[in-house]
Design a protein around this ligand. Sequence first.
Ligand code: ADP
Length: 247
Amino acid sequence: MSTAPILSCEKVTVAFDGFKAVNGMDLQLMPGELRFLIGPNGAGKTTMLDVICGKVKAASGTLRFMNEFDISRKKEYEIAELGIGRKFQAPSIFVGLTVYENLELAMSQNRSVWATLRATMSRDEHTRIMRQLDMIGLTHRANTVAGGLSHGEKQWLEIGMMLMQEPSLLLLDEPVAGMTDTETEKTGELLQEIIKERTVVVVEHDMDFVRSFATKVTVMHEGKLLKEGTMQEVQEDEVVSEVYLGH
Ligand code: ADP
């Protein structure tokens, strides 16, 4: 097993009109890790995901992916091609297509290729889609139009669509927000499956959800790394408690 980080962010700063939403942040992820990024509102967590996937650019600092590429100057689509997938809070699925078609489309990445692919789809590709449906628990929904799915099912479909592109690193922004307890639990099981093959960073406010994993947590505050460790270590930290007062 490789001991090199899959992602290494050093002294990353992102500024909006001079305001440093991320201010000298360090973040290192090992392959196969599930890392939660927590912190009070406005700490810079979402902006940190945005800079990793190239949606916003770093004013300074370096971001190395797979210990090889400096991705800090790359465009968003180039970063996606290198294997970093980003899921936003609102699902971006095609509501008029079926669940199966959404996954098919995600595999082909754009509509013109999709048309060709549909005519030539191999048994292997069909098998891949069926496996993906099984993993996200939507086999029974394959022919359902995506617009008719529940909130949780839409979130899983979008995660499935990201996985069809085989990213090495997934960035998820509050995946369980608005979910029922049962949906939250299923999402936890899905994350456990995903990290068997990939690395995942999750920005999360639901502390009960974070606590249900024995994994490392990174606390951000005012654009900086405040504390890193297990949830227990983080909770016992006085500075962290102070930052969270009132939350
Ligand atoms: P978090 O995800 O931890 O709640 P964000 O990364 O969303 O924090 O935001 C960090 C800070 O940066 C906030 O003060 C927010 O208002 C500001 N910010 C985020 N995006 C922008 C933007 N596009 N333009 C201006 N300010 C922004």
